[in-house]
Unconditional design. Sequence first.
Length: 318
Amino acid sequence: MSTLASKINKVTFAEISTLPCFIDGHCEISALIKGESHLCFKVIFSKNGVKSHYFVKSLTEHQQTSQAEVNSHISAAEHGFAPAVIFYSSLWLVSAFIEGYSLHQFYANHPKFSLASKVTIAMSLMAKSHQLKASSEHLVINVVELLTGLVNIQLYTQQQKLQLLIIIKKITKFLSANKNLVLCHGDLNDENIRLSTEFETSELTEKTWLVDFECSSLAEAEYDIAMYLAINELSESNIDEVIDCYQQYSPLQLNHEKVRNYLACCYLINGLWYLEAGGDSEQAKAFAAKACQQFVLFDQLTLVEEKVVTLLNPLLVN
């Protein structure tokens, strides 16, 4: 698998500069290489002496989810918690660029900024997302199908596949039929939350924005909570704090045990995704380290006897 950086070329820059929203002006384009699966850019567009800043995302490699992503982003923008959408097509999404920081950056740069404050920002945005109306393009998440698809690739030996499928059967048997489906963001990691330069720690839910709706789908709220915990490398000990915070902004009553069961699935989903995404690229070692952390957290839940870190260790140490 090639790195994101290797996919960026002059042709891509030329395509961006010819988008309808950038006609009759000058574009200064710079690549944003912080994501793990997207080609994203910052464009400074100059026209008649006025400069405007935009965020541009390529949808080329995510055609199956692109329409749902665009619909989610537009809806969130209309409700005031996502950047305004300027232009979209089947290949590109252009939105206003939020000058400021990701929540991850802000948290790292402000040692006195508490985990509780970070959770408050995330849960207030998640609750708003869950109140959005889904479109026909939004699919219902199927955890078993998702996990099985991540296992059935050439990366794993037959024995590893068999063991992983046994683990999947064990952890998903705890999940009941989907009830009370909401529109989930699906990837509410701290990099997908933007704080504007006007953000004040005294008003945690103001001047905050949710971005990157590629993983948006219909699921139970507990799934979105679990994925938030997993993707931000939080553990079982954080479940009650996150649920309590969420319920300050939403009338939905969440089930602790259901979040815990979904959490096991999310750790496994993320870990397997990282291994597949790393492949034989230059990022393989970094992705393997992230996968290992997800599997460590999975094993700590002790929902099953099998240890995923042990099972997949040959792939985690290379």
